[in-house]
Design a protein around this ligand. Sequence first.
Ligand code: NAD
Ligand code: 9W1
Length: 486
Amino acid sequence: MNNQINMPEISEIVTNPGNVRQKDYKIADLSLSSWGRLEIEIAEKEMPGLMAIRQKYSQDKPLQGVRIMGSLHMTVQTAILIETLVALGANVRWASCNIFSTQDHAAAAVVEKNVPVFAWKGETLEEYWWCTLNAMIWPDGNTPQLIVDDGGDATLLMHKGLAVEKDPSLLNCPTDNKELQVVNRLLAKVYHTDSSFWHRAVEQWVGVSEETTTGVHRLYHMQKDNTLLVPAINVNDSVTKSKFDNIYGCRHSLVDGICRAMDVMLAGKNAMICGFGDVGKGSAESLSGQKCKIFVSEIDPICALQACMAGYNVCTIEDILKTADIYVTATGNKDVITAAHMSKMKDQAIVCNIGHFDNEIQVDALNDWPGIKKINIKPQVDKYIFPDGHCIYMLAEGRLVNLGCATGHPSFVMSNSFSNQVLAQMDLWKNRREIGVYVLPKELDEEVAQLHIDKLGAKLTKLRPDQASYIGVPINGPFKPAHYRY
Ligand code: NAD
Ligand code: 9W1
């Protein structure tokens, strides 16, 4: 790739951002923009929450002139989030939060509308962090007031940058972690060019909204340590985000991924789902919708009972090795399917993971199995032949099958999540909370849901005043106590 072109040195970007970047963006191919725009137009119809927020606020422009930097998968759906923030008046710059997830046509369509994007599919780690830094520096040298983060990398750069300026010896801490080495090298370059860059950046920074579990964990950790620098909103734990992410997103994309990879009929096959939490429940529904026979493994008797009540068989993976045609891990745990398990599976079993990102299935041990033969059928689909002659098919190398073999969550799922993001950004800008980690109030969670049921033609029943006082809730909500589990 020609990514050396128009990638100025970090020292140059920090000292003279307006002049050294010939173009204030870096993407794979701007000529993909009309394709990207056509897909964005399909997705807009599927993202009614974001479009309703645009309609409601594009007159008032509550984010007028606010500098927002995003670090979140640069996809078609994210393009609609970006353009919603722009419609509310924001001055937006973007990078991806993942080296592989960028849809280059979506990035091109956003750049074509003059929003600087620094993202392409297949970045190196160096390029990834270079992109994150570039998305943080406006041509006049200013830095973000608000951040939309996914996984906490933009937040980490701010925190670590400031920590380095306070104690430059941090840069010399030896580390085996490849990515940490890359971050340290970048921060060293910034520090040696401008040793107060992050002090000024943190002064301008008002808040962050965070999309995922990992990022939220990092935030609570910093809050506990007293190192958190700004108020943060945990979008992950809004009900309208997590239910869609875990259940409906996986219900949509598990069968999609398996079909794109294998093109086999699913009806009548025996499918083993390991773990029956939210992701397992969505996965079971996905395959049972295609008329698979569903088997579930669980360690928790409550979830096991739920699986029984759904009409599924609950058993251990060892019980099913000679029966199951399809295996799906959804536990968040490690080594759930071992190489030894795979050595005893039925011939031509399909094995995949939709849970924790890469260690639910023992792929390394499988590769090292004595006498095993691996044949790549196409990207993300491998056939493993054991010495006894039976084979299994491994999807997405044991990583998330709905991302590796399909295209992640559909627009409607992301609309719920991203509507929460926009409401969080408006809240951070308007309310100037104390430093801490917050979840959006239930009223806003209910508002996000309302924006989506409207589009689906659902008509809500209105509480009568006597009914509202009888069950003890306000007539316009919130309709449930804080601890309610949906
Ligand atoms: P969860 O805690 O609700 O469910 C996991 C279930 O697995 C629990 O019920 C637990 O009892 C069970 N479990 C743990 N160890 C087990 C074992 N050895 N055998 C059988 N069952 C076991 O979590 P969740 O919300 O369902 O999320 C699960 C994982 O999926 C997480 O790692 C999450 O990050 C990931 N996730 C993936 C996607 C995706 O798009 N692929 C989306 C959301 C979440
Ligand atoms: N996020 N727009 C892959 C997605 C990677 C990805 C990842 C999504 C979206 C789970 C967010 C190959 C989009 C994203 C398309 C795609 C995610 C990781 C989305 C699902 C989460 C680690 N995590 N997500 N669409 N890759 O679907 O922003 O196709």
